[in-house]
Design a protein around this ligand. Structure first.
Ligand SMILES: Cc1cc2nc3c(=O)[nH]c(=O)nc-3n(C[C@H](O)[C@H](O)[C@H](O)COP(=O)(O)OP(=O)(O)OC[C@H]3O[C@@H](n4cnc5c(N)ncnc54)[C@H](O)[C@@H]3O)c2cc1C
Length: 310
């Protein structure tokens, strides 16, 4: 039986592993792919303190080296579900069952795709899902932002620092974003809107995005807009299918925790992008991981004290 089983080896899971193993706990980290999570899909990270700029996979490797140096055990596996057996938890992968006194869920999320032609092809070459990460690479370019919720409008405002012009393409005739955010966008001279419209195709040359094909959903009119980049904010999907039966997710599928990363099941924690939270970044994932890594130590010590006083 492990003291801690960590599911997912992105920045949140790896930081939790570092903190828990430095407290001399036995730690198993289960990952379905390469350690690093979304950092492996990030060309350059320019907002991780201590580095002016670092390649995502390089940061992932450095974090991994640091995370395992105090004796973390690794296992490959796709976790299917967890069950609370009272004194311990069971974590089930496709071919194995592991037991742990505590579990830290760090499975992250995926950006919902538009599912249109050109999206996959130009990912990382003009198609982005993260303005905070990639905005600075689009200085003086005209950008298209797809979506009408808080993220889309907030990120469009953020992008005006770099872009010559930002056009929000939204499938309805009004935004879903909070009023105060909408007001800021309407007041921003660099932002324009294309209403009642969907992006049907992202176009480019052999190197980069050059524009989008747009269809008006009311009139069916098809037009083309030139653009140097397309930022897509049509939602994020948490990777929480294996945990839904445990009752720790909200209606949208995100895991609910308190400030100590505790879920509603004692001894089960959630960290990083998989949580219901405001800002999903490497820094916030790392912060969550450190808190949970320390919390599991306190939880196990409290359980030991309780056993002794029985
Ligand atoms: C293109 C892109 C660029 C970005 N750029 C930046 C940036 O510049 N700066 C920044 O701060 N943030 C950036 N982000 C966001 C940042 O990468 C995330 O906020 C961060 O990685 C979240 O960390 P995490 O550990 O919570 O989740 P993740 O990094 O998503 O890691 C979760 C891990 O869990 C594993 N997993 C999932 N389900 C299972 C399962 N059932 N069983 C086993 N393993 C599982 C996954 O394989 C993955 O390795 C970017 C994101 C993207 C997509």
């Amino acid at each position: 039986m492990y003291d801690v089983i960590i599911i997912g080896a992105g920045p949140a899971g790896m930081t939790a592993a570092l903190y828990a193993s430095r407290s001399n706990l036995s730690v198993l980290m289960i990952e379905r792919g390469a350690p690093g999570g979304q950092m492996n899909n990030t060309a350059e990270v320019e907002n991780y303190p201590g580095y002016e700029s670092i390649l995502g996979p390089e940061l992932a490797f450095k974090m991994y080296e640091g995370a395992i140096k105090f004796g973390v055990e690794n296992a490959y596996g796709i976790v299917q579900n967890i069950t609370d057996q009272g004194e311990f938890k069971e974590v089930v992968t496709e071919d194995k069952t592991y037991q742990g006194k505590t579990v830290i869920i760090a499975t992250g999320c995926v950006h919902r795709k538009l599912g249109v032609k050109g999206e996959e092809e130009f990912a990382g070459r003009g198609v982005s899902y993260c303005a905070v990460c990639d905005g600075a690479f689009f200085r003086n370019k005209r950008l298209i932002v797809v979506g009408g919720g808080d993220s889309a409008v907030e990120e469009a405002i953020y992008l005006t620092q770099f872009a010559s012009e930002v056009t929000i393409v939204h499938r309805r005739d009004e935004l879903r974003a909070q009023k105060i955010i909408q007001d800021r966008a309407f007041a921003n001279e660099k932002i324009s809107f294309i209403w009642d419209s969907v992006v049907e195709e992202i176009k480019g040359n052999e190197m980069v995005v050059t524009g989008v094909q747009i269809r008006n959903v009311k009139t069916d009119e098809v037009t083309e807009e030139a653009a140097g980049g397309v930022f897509i904010y049509v939602g994020l999907d948490p990777l929480t299918e294996p945990f839904k039966a445990s009752g720790i997710t909200n209606d949208a599928g995100w895991i609910l925790t308190n400030d100590q990363m505790e879920t509603s099941i004692p001894g089960v924690y959630a960290v990083g992008d998989v949580r219901e939270k405001g800002l999903r970044q490497i820094t916030t994932a790392v912060g969550d991981g450190s808190i949970a890594g320390q919390q599991v130590f306190d939880f196990i010590e409290t359980q030991k004290d309780a056993q002794l006083t029985k």
